[in-house]
Design a protein around this ligand. Sequence first.
Ligand code: GNR
Ligand code: NI
Length: 167
Amino acid sequence: MAILKILHYPDERLCRAAKRVELVSEVTRKLVRDMAKTMYAAPGVGLAATQVDVHEQVAVIDVSEERNQLKVFINPEIIASSGEKECEEGCLSVPGIYEMVRRAEKITVRALDENGQSFTLEAEGFLAVCIQHEIDHLHGKVFVEYLSRLKQIRIRAKLKKRLRETM
Ligand code: GNR
Ligand code: NI
């Protein structure tokens, strides 16, 4: 298993829309394992393939305290949503930035698991936030795009400055 390199905003590769997985194969399962390892090592509660520069619709999430309830979403689609809720979000691709984002409170997501089996999941609370955050990544969207233009400019400047300081 490998730890993959995570792209950092404002890398343009984070804006690419991921392609649907046509066949869930051993190659897909290897990607899922590497993504899970990368997410746990980071540490983070979710990771989308886009963030590791693989532009296929694959995401992993684990919001459990014990870090032992991995959820795999291949070709995820939100088929129902209701309510609205604001939650403070962070992102492994936008390190050190935490901002409030408004999203649906409850969602129903349909996806394939790592064996290619279709499932539907009703989620609310933090899990619902994470699923929406990861699906956004697969559509080429980073959470900072929900913020004001001024905040986006400030975040870009901050991350570029940090990049210069660590070189
Ligand atoms: O680790 C993560 N924490 C988090 C906190 C609030 C809302 C969403 C997230 S997802 C993030 C990992 C990540 O960047 N996934 O794409
Ligand atoms: Ni993210």
